[in-house]
Design a protein around this ligand. Structure first.
Ligand code: Q9C
Ligand code: ZN
Length: 335
């Protein structure tokens, strides 16, 4: 399996998260990438390459220009120091944000997602890895390509970061793959892929399907419910399959079967998998009960679609198992 690496993955070092007002250590750390890379190398059968640089212009159709400038300019302003930017106040009146404190809240939807000096470089490097992976698949050079990256992307909206995500890599891949025909995004991170849903909510061309923990009790809390089915021409082209906390293999199997049935009916020319390992039983924040071996079953099930695939790395916070889950999934999906 071709593995396209984000060369700047280590540049983004979050200082902490703020959870219910308390400062807590960050879960989304550079060691996650190292753990996955080491597990893939130990497994064998993976070919690693660094992504070439990506022009920021590629993001234009996907992300709001003011938001992109905020990420870039904030990282630049923090260069050389150990500081960060996090919101304290969120928009409660209409209008463009005026001033730094307003921009912090306007361009972010939670207090888990700090911007640091290296955030822009790391996020753009992740987009570059994903873009390259999608290019390889679109050109028919490989049937499966995996963008090995952090920070994640699937929570990022058109104009807001959140959920540790800054640029929506899965959506970027889907956009590129539309050249081939209809595209489906299958999101199996334990958290609902709210950003990807949001970006394609009115689109009948990109089907978005997400299997995740019930947002009544799990991030992102405000979306991921079963009654969110799309809007306008996109009505019927978003499917959410929320699962109760503590779900194991017996609960995941029928949900994944329903997800894949819907993906198959879309007759996609290519599929994007937003891959998370945070539904694993050892994950510290997911609350689900999947064993490592089930990730191989997931990979085989996606392979059975018979469609080329781009995989983006999203969540997975247990450093001891995240790599084995990715290796099991990708080895079963790939050649
Ligand atoms: N007490 C991804 O997996 N909530 N994002 C953390 C912990 C934020 C997850 C609160 C979870 C974001 C890509
Ligand atoms: Zn997640």
């Amino acid at each position: 399996v071709r593995v396209i690496c984000n060369p700047n993955y280590a540049a983004h070092v979050p200082p902490h998260e703020v959870d219910n007002g308390a400062v807590v250590p960050p879960w989304e750390v550079p060691g996650r990438f190292d753990a996955v890379r080491a597990a893939l190398a130990a497994h064998g059968g993976f070919a690693f390459e660094d992504a070439p640089a990506l022009s920021v212009d590629v993001l234009t159709g996907l992300h709001d220009a003011g938001y992109v400038a905020h990420l870039r300019d904030t990282s630049a302003a923090l260069a050389g120091g150990g500081g960060w930017v996090m919101p304290s106040v969120f928009p409660f009146a209409p209008g463009e944000p005026r001033g730094e404190a307003a921009r912090r809240g306007a361009y972010c939807f939670d207090t888990f997602t700090a911007i640091t000096a290296g955030t822009w470089a790391a996020a753009l490097g992740g987009a570059a890895a994903t873009y390259r992976a999608a290019e390889l698949v679109a050109a028919g050079e490989t049937r499966v390509a995996y963008a090995l990256t952090r920070p994640p992307g699937h929570h990022a909206e058109r104009g807001r970061c959140g959920g540790y995500s800054f640029l929506n890599n899965a959506a970027l891949a889907a956009d590129l793959l539309l050249d081939l025909g209809p595209v489906a995004v299958l999101d199996i991170d334990v958290h609902h892929g709210n950003g990807t849903q949001h970006l394609f909510y009115d689109s009948p061309d990109v089907l978005t399907v997400s299997v995740h923990g019930d947002p009544a009790g799990l991030f992102p809390y405000f979306s991921g419910f079963a009654d969110e089915t799309g809007t306008g021409r996109g009505l019927g082209f978003n499917l959410n399959l929320p699962l109760p906390p503590g779900t194991g293999v017996d609960g995941y199997r029928p949900a994944v079967a329903a997800a894949l049935e819907r993906v198959g009916r879309h007759r996609p020319a290519a599929v994007v998998v937003a891959f998370g390992a945070d539904a694993h039983e050892a994950d510290p924040i997911g609350g689900m009960r999947l064993p490592t071996a089930y990730f191989a079953e997931l990979g085989a099930a996606v392979r059975a679609l018979g469609v080329p695939a781009v995989v983006t790395q999203e969540g997975g916070y247990d450093l001891a198992t995240v790599g084995a889950c990715a290796a099991a999934f990708l080895a079963a999906l790939g050649d």
